[in-house]
Design a binder for this molecule. Structure first.
Ligand code: PLP
Length: 415
């Protein structure tokens, strides 16, 4: 109750000071009333939670939409990557190259299985792996590289990265956690490498709170994925219930039009009955069961509902990006790079600002009315790390700011 009152006071003060009270959200931006209704309906039917049909249908529709034959659904993008590491039969001593601008859960999915990670620096136009940096870290133990399409942009060096990997006979993993729906040369991302992961976490393009999908391009990998998926565990009923609560909670906190008030109410109503984005063990690189869990029916049902709304929200994201393009031009800031013949997914709109503007982001809320994103706050976000010898990635960490691309309420034409 005290917290509720304190929060209402903060909102009232913002209002009295003439500051925006409703901020455009970065999380749960694609949740609507229909997702909440669906979550409630599933919460009332625990007997159906182990049904296979919705998971098969979600996987089938996702693959059809992406233009691939086979896919496998898990309880997270991190779980999808954990499965990929097994499917590629990467073992202790093998090396995988990651871009020095990613998240801790990506690192965990590799190191949990004893794989050694090498860092390649990024470029700061599309925040993707720099091909020159990659060629410097490749060694005899390198077995795979991970190409991460940050913010839904297409990597500046995509073609050269693919070519380098091909020349060296390395597996290419595409991390499409941000890039569901992005296209390059008329094809969707996730179909260029050997194997790819997608995420439907609450900060991503489609949202099932926790969720992820693997797609693979070869029969050998497909056979191995079948086996990995078949032996994957499922989350407990308690966890599934919390996930369904989190849908409702997320909608009231981030999306509801009265969210300055409903957020505090949802906090009070659901409190500890919701799922966190990461568990404490993950910050320390210790294993948690979610990395080895496959998707369950209620999550897939939410995924189907989100897929059906994807085109609608992608249009909004493009309009949002156009708004920020104009803003960048006016502010003298550099727009993110858009490769010719490509269509980014614009999960978030990244801009590089001065380190002091990045250090205190209150101006983003006060002047722009936006929730400020901080992907990534370290090369292994959100866990702080000593230098990994990648100056461009480490500089981006100090200067990058990410802006929402879905505007729930109309924004002023020129902020
Ligand atoms: C979110 C994210 C993941 C993992 O996805 P989850 O569904 O959250 O496990 C992987 N890679 C990147 C770059 C991400 O941002």
């Amino acid at each position: 109750m005290k917290q509720l009152l304190r929060s209402q006071w903060t909102q009232t003060r913002r209002w009295l000071q003439g500051k925006p009270v409703r901020l455009q959200p970065l999380l749960c931006a694609t949740l609507d009333r229909d997702d909440v209704a669906l979550a409630r309906a599933w919460r009332a039917q625990p007997g159906q939670w182990q049904s296979r049909a919705p998971v098969d249908e979600f996987t089938r529709q996702f693959c059809h939409w992406l233009g691939v034959r086979r896919g496998w659904a898990f309880m997270g993008g991190r779980a999808a990557l954990y499965a990929i590491v097994q499917a590629l039969e990467l073992k202790a001593g093998d090396e995988v190259v990651l871009p020095a601008f990613t998240c801790q859960c990506v690192l965990n999915a590799c190191t949990y299985q004893g794989v050694r990670v090498r860092w390649a620096d990024i470029e700061n136009q599309s925040f993707g792996m720099d091909a020159d940096a990659l060629s410097k870290v490749l060694g005899p133990a390198t077995k795979a590289i991970m190409i991460q399409h940050s913010f839904g942009l297409i990597n500046r060096d995509f073609e050269r990265l693919l070519q380098l990997a091909r020349e060296r006979g390395l597996w290419v993993i595409e991390d499409c956690a941000h890039a569901t729906g992005a296209e390059w040369r008329g094809r969707k991302l996730g179909t260029f490498g050997d194997i790819a992961l997608f995420s439907s976490e609450r900060s991503k393009i489609i949202n099932t709170i926790h969720g992820g999908i693997v797609v693979a391009q070869h029969d050998t990998l497909a056979r191995r994925m079948d086996a990995i998926h078949a032996r994957a565990a499922v989350p407990s009923d308690a966890e599934i219930a919390r996930l369904l609560n989190t849908v409702e909670y997320g909608w009231y906190v981030h999306k509801h039009r009265w969210r300055p008030f409903t957020a505090a109410w949802a906090e009070w109503r659901f409190g500890a009955q919701v799922l966190a984005q990461m568990q404490p063990e993950e910050f320390e690189g210790r294993f948690v069961p979610r990395y080895a869990q496959r998707m369950v029916a209620p999550v897939a049902a939410l995924g189907l509902n989100q897929l059906a709304k994807m085109a609608h929200y992608q249009e909004k994201r493009r309009a949002g990006a156009a708004h920020w393009d104009a803003w960048c031009d006016k502010q003298g800031l550099r727009r993110p790079l858009v490769l010719p013949d490509s269509q980014p997914a614009y999960l978030r709109y990244p801009v590089l600002v001065e380190p002091q503007q990045r250090a205190d982001l209150r101006w983003v809320a006060d002047r722009l009315g936006m929730t400020a994103g901080v992907w990534f706050s370290s090369v292994t976000h959100p866990v702080a790390r000593d230098s990994v010898g990648c100056p461009v990635g480490e500089d981006a960490v100090r200067r990058v700011l990410n802006l929402p691309t879905i505007f729930v309420e109309a924004v002023r034409a020129s902020p």
